[in-house]
Design a protein around this ligand. Structure first.
Ligand SMILES: Cc1ncc(COP(=O)(O)O)c(C=O)c1O
Length: 401
């Protein structure tokens, strides 16, 4: 019998088939028409988007769109080159200055995506003979960056600063550099890292700390600088990584730091050197979004009002939710069939949320991961709440039937 390179996909094909039998739309969702930052047409049906990471609703901001269109007209649709070659335009440099100023840091690097930012930073900052200690629930891009760099990787229990300290004490005698990695808001359950405690431990052991503020930029802190600002520990964070694909409504990633050596990462980092830089339109809309984020704090207020409303409603409906309130509101369900039923039911009621299944979830449960936006109107929030009420009744009926 001859073997093919595709044999190993057999299990994947079976898993896919099983998913399609359980929930026929799940793997084939196409946003057929995007109507606004909060509305689309899916399977021919208008839906409210309640699973996007468009926290400040800026993906359809008129000024951001104008900035993007003007840049495309002036500078073309793509840079067609790496940051190290012909792909650094004046917009990339200006955005780096603006990010550094916003975070009150000496320097910044802009990368092509948030994924690439983590890949670049983690594979470059630490390498063989050095140690990374990361929260077990960190994003895949952080894990992939660790693997790429070849440092020794240890995980500590999610959001457990005592476990972090215990592991650091064990590693102390190794007498090598240690980089601790946590996230601001965790993407699946929307819970915050215990950052003040993490910083205290880091300082005790003379380690370095990188915080991925992907979901907390524009969301947390009086000025939207993320969890480090909210917790009052910005000075204790060596490197802040983030993305433009959430609150800033575009695509791209960055790292800011006060360590002057940050600039040298450019030359040592394959994910910086060996990929094309962001297109002029993306850079222009991101710069405008960063400006809006700093001048229109009412967007953050509206985001939190909407988060409050949905969280309270889902609590009232007695859903099992993540441990704390944030714009990421995840319903935890043990049973896959129930998760499929609720997700399909929400879609039928005109609401799209993300269905996340193990092993992509942190605790082995299925998740209906919803996230709210400053752009959701009061009527849309009512609609979302009504849809959850309807599907809750649906499952109660299904269970007793
Ligand atoms: C914590 C975290 N870091 C990094 C990323 C990657 O960002 P991007 O999708 O912009 O590449 C994500 C994406 O969801 C994320 O949740």
């Amino acid at each position: 019998m001859t073997m093919t390179i595709f044999d190993k996909f057999q299990r994947l094909a079976e898993a896919r088939q099983e998913l399609e039998q359980g929930c026929d739309n799940f793997l084939n969702i196409v946003m057929q028409q995007i109507v606004s930052g909060t509305e689309a047409v899916v399977n021919g049906r208008p839906v409210i988007l309640a699973g996007s990471n468009n926290y400040l609703g800026l993906s359809f901001d008129a000024d951001c769109i104008d900035a993007a269109c003007n840049a495309a007209r002036k500078e073309g649709t793509g840079t067609t080159g790496s940051r190290m070659a012909n792909g650094t335009f004046s917009g990339h440099v200006a955005l780096e200055r603006e990010l550094a100023d916003f975070f009150n840091r000496q320097g910044a690097i802009v990368f092509s995506t948030g994924y690439v930012a983590n890949l670049a930073m983690l594979s470059t900052l630490v390498g063989p003979g050095e140690i990374i200690l990361l929260d077990a629930d960190c994003h895949a891009s952080i894990y992939d960056g660790c693997r790429m760099g070849g440092a020794e990787v240890h995980r500590f229990r999610h959001n457990d600063a005592q476990d972090l300290e215990k592991r650091l004490r064990r590693l102390e005698k190794r007498n090598t550099n240690v980089l601790i990695v946590v996230e601001g808001l965790y993407s699946m359950l929307g819970d915050r890292a215990p950052l003040a405690d993490v910083v205290a431990v880091k300082e005790k052991f003379g380690a370095y700390l990188l915080v991925d503020e992907a979901h907390s930029l524009g969301v947390l802190g009086a000025n939207g600088r993320g969890l480090a600002e909210e917790a009052g520990v910005e000075d204790g964070v060596d490197f802040v990584v983030g993305t433009f694909s959430k609150s800033l409504g575009a695509i791209g990633g960055f790292c800011v730091s006060n360590h002057p050596e940050l600039n040298l990462v450019r030359y040592a980092s394959r994910p910086y050197v060996f990929t094309a830089s962001s297109s002029p339109s993306v850079i222009a809309s991101t710069r405008k979004a960063l400006e809006i984020m700093q001048t229109r704090s009412e967007l953050r207020q509206r985001l939190w009002d909407n988060a409050d409303k949905l969280y309270k409603k889902l609590k009232e409906l007695d859903f099992s939710l993540g441990p704390e309130q944030s714009p990421i509101i995840a319903v935890r369900l043990e049973d896959k069939a129930e998760a499929f039923a609720l997700w399909s039911g929400l879609l039928e009621h005109g609401v799209y949320v993300n269905l996340v299944l193990p092993p992509a979830t942190p605790d082995g449960n299925c998740l209906l991961r919803s996230s709210v936006s400053a752009a959701h109107t009061p009527q849309q929030m009512e609609h979302i709440c009504r849809a959850f009420t309807a599907v809750r009744e649906l499952t109660a009926v299904a269970q007793t039937a």
